[in-house]
Design a protein around this ligand. Structure first.
Ligand code: PEP
Length: 249
């Protein structure tokens, strides 16, 4: 099954109205040259700004997190239906910064993925190993554990409506990138694990690589057979870099 590529920006907790406008305008101006679908995942308060800037374009927008709860007395949480209300297509879930700074377990990540899907959003489900785990030769075990929790919760039908992002924690924001071979090995493992549940879903699943993807390494990474795009942090804040990654897809 032919898979299209997706390049999604994770703005993290950066920006303000003026800086975001310049970023959105810059991305819009060059989006036509992108070979990948482009998306930006912005901080919650700027979803309306993203919607206003990107409605009617080919660029999608989304959030960086979503509550596992549909609604109710959950102070500070933002529900999937609310994201839908702002026209989001995507919600990142289980980013390693959420897992490590906010204690999100595999089960919480799975429940958030489920909540997103139930509201019609596409979760970008992040998995990835730490440096200690890679050096301890348990990368495969860690990725399988993270993925299996998601599969147990949303099943193949849920994965058919999801995107998975492989983000080695040691490569995020560090300037250290997984080699194309290292990344491909894990992407193939993810696809094989999903194929064991449903071969068709696995064949169609977009699996993004994230971790210091930049214009100078994007082409080689995305040329790998199981790498279907990128989840981009730092380079997503510079229109020329983000667009160059889209053009390299
Ligand atoms: C990320 O935060 O998802 C990410 C991949 O960051 P960076 O590209 O800066 O490593």
């Amino acid at each position: 099954m032919a898979r299209t590529k997706l390049v999604a920006g994770n703005w993290k907790m950066h920006g303000d109205s003026a800086a975001n406008q310049a970023l959105l305008d810059g991305i819009k101006a060059g989006a036509a040259a992108s070979k990948a679908t482009l998306a930006v995942c912005v901080p919650f308060p700027y979803l309306a700004q993203a919607r206003a800037a990107l409605s009617g374009t080919t660029i999608a927008w989304g959030a960086q997190d979503v509550s596992r709860h549909a609604q109710g007395a959950y102070t500070g949480e933002v529900g999937a239906a609310m994201l839908n209300d702002f026209g989001c297509r995507y919600a990142i879930v289980g980013h390693s910064e959420r897992r490590s700074y906010h204690g999100e377990t595999d089960e919480v990540v799975a429940a958030k993925s489920d909540a997103a899907i139930k509201a019609g959003l596409i979760p970008i489900i992040c998995v990835g190993e730490t440096l200690a785990e890679r050096e301890g030769n348990i990368t495969g075990q860690v990725i399988t554990r993270q993925l299996d929790a998601v599969i147990a919760c949303i099943g193949a039908a849920g994965l058919a409506k999801s995107v998975v992002a492989y983000e080695p924690v040691w490569a995020i924001g560090t300037g250290k990138t997984a080699s194309p071979e290292q990344a491909q090995e894990v992407h193939a493992l993810i696809r094989a694990r999903v194929a064991a549940v449903d071969a068709n879903v696995a064949a169609g699943l977009q699996i993004l690589y994230g971790g210091s993807m930049k214009p100078n390494n994007a082409k080689e990474l995305m040329a790998q057979p199981d790498i279907d795009g990128g989840l981009i942090g730092g380079a997503a804040l510079v229109p020329a870099d983000f667009l160059a990654i889209g053009a390299a897809a």
